[in-house]
Design a protein around this ligand. Structure first.
Ligand SMILES: *Cc1c(COP(=O)(O)O)cnc(C)c1O
Length: 389
């Protein structure tokens, strides 16, 4: 027992109105046209790769995020892989990736035969720190003939993949500038940030392309699914092509003009997506209400802070987070135990990528901020319904 842990458990219970039943971390909500669109999709017989719902979901996504093209995929990892492939990431390349992320980011780099080069994050955004990345690149990289090379390994550094952790945007302006100077392709892992804006512009529209995820735990879900976002029409066309086996359109012939992927989203999932996206403004509004309640409740508690959106951002507050002070880090496990015991689901941050056995030998900068956050951060219940009626 610890007084601070007791206070935190009581504060969580107060915001969640002393629930009698188990409160999960994040659950989806199907209170719109999901069943109607699914039934309509089945009745149409076009449940697979072609069908009106695929086109419609892609148009809705492009409109909502303000990008020129959205291409839906089977999941977010596939969208990321396709983005990296389209950005020209090749075997032997290095890609700058935050160590504080979900495994999909590093896996997608590996699928290209490339190496994740791990970058530290900022305490203010929980995402890639563009200022420390600059200092680091100035030290280890060299740009010659439009190619950025790691002076130590000799490998080409092709791209940077920032991830907007729990829906909080990274500081994109300095990152865009950095990518231009160092000739790096910017690809946003926006899997967690549908409905999050950087200086009023939707995340996922700052680089060459970006990936979204509609997994069951994300802000909207299609069961499983993802999307590629891009403002480059030509890249968008190519993205559709390579994610649909690179088949050359023809009424009866099966011809393929390059190696492609079968990454298309089935129409059934897109039908769910259309219904979910219609409700996203409501989900976002209620998630902000919940975050404001947490913020108020935790404002007066010393030793822990509720993580709030950076000044330049409007975040979707996909997953809410508490961050213990460094001197209180040893309470994390006790906090996880007590909250889950009380039926309030919490969980720690992901194990950092550079600690996983398959990535432990990868190149990296000093990762002390991520390592510190890993010891202190706990995600707390975040579903939209928790905002109350
Ligand atoms: C959810 C997520 C993805 C994609 O996951 P899928 O399950 O493949 O849709 C990618 N990156 C991050 C950071 C994620 O949280």
């Amino acid at each position: 027992m610890n007084p601070l842990v007791d206070t935190i458990v009581a504060a969580l219970a107060a915001v969640l109105e002393n629930p009698a039943n188990f409160v999960p971390l994040h659950i989806p909500e199907f209170s719109g046209n999901e069943k109607a669109y699914l039934a309509d999709c089945i009745d149409s017989n076009f449940v697979s790769s072609v069908g009106a719902y695929v086109d419609r979901f892609e148009e809705m996504l492009a409109e909502f995020t303000g990008v020129k093209k959205a291409i839906v995929t089977v999941n977010g990892t596939a969208a990321l892989h396709a983005c990296l492939h389209l950005a020209g990431v090749e075997p032997g390349d290095e890609v700058m990736v935050p160590t504080f992320t979900f495994i999909a980011t590093a896996n997608a780099v590996w699928y290209c035969g490339a190496t994740s080069h791990f970058v530290d994050v900022s305490e203010e955004t929980l995402g890639l720190d563009p200022f420390r990345l600059r200092t680091y690149l100035e030290e280890i990289a060299q740009v010659q003939g439009g190619v950025c090379r790691n002076r130590k390994t000799g490998a080409r550094i092709r791209a940077v993949v920032p991830m907007h952790s729990f829906g909080h945007p990274v500081d994109l302006d300095p990152l865009v500038q950095l990518c231009e100077e160092f000739q790096l392709v910017l690809i946003e892992d926006a899997a967690e940030s549908l409905g999050s804006y950087y200086k009023g512009v939707h995340t996922g529209s700052f680089g060459a392309c970006a990936a979204l995820s509609f997994n069951g735990n994300k802000i909207i879900t299609t069961g499983g699914g993802g999307a590629i976002l891009t403002n480059d029409e030509e890249l968008g066309r190519l993205a559709k092509h390579v994610t649909t086996t690179a088949k050359v359109p023809h009424r009866w012939e099966f011809n393929h003009d390059r190696v492609g992927f079968n990454y298309r989203m089935p129409a059934l999932n897109a039908a769910l997506g259309c219904a979910q996206l219609e409700q996203v403004p409501g989900f976002l509004a209620r998630k902000r209400v919940l975050a404001a309640k947490y913020q108020e409740q935790f404002a007066g508690i010393n030793g822990v802070r509720f993580f709030t959106e950076p000044g330049f951002a409007t975040s979707n507050y996909w997953l809410n987070a508490l961050v213990l002070e460094e001197e209180r880090a040893e309470l994390r496990d006790c906090l996880l135990e007590q909250t889950n015991e009380r039926g309030l689901m919490t969980r720690p941050a992901w194990t950092l990528m550079h600690r996983l056995p398959m990535f432990s030998k990868n190149p990296r900068m000093d990762l002390f901020v991520a390592e510190s956050l890993e010891r202190r951060l706990v995600n707390i219940p975040s579903s939209a319904y928790l905002a109350g009626a």
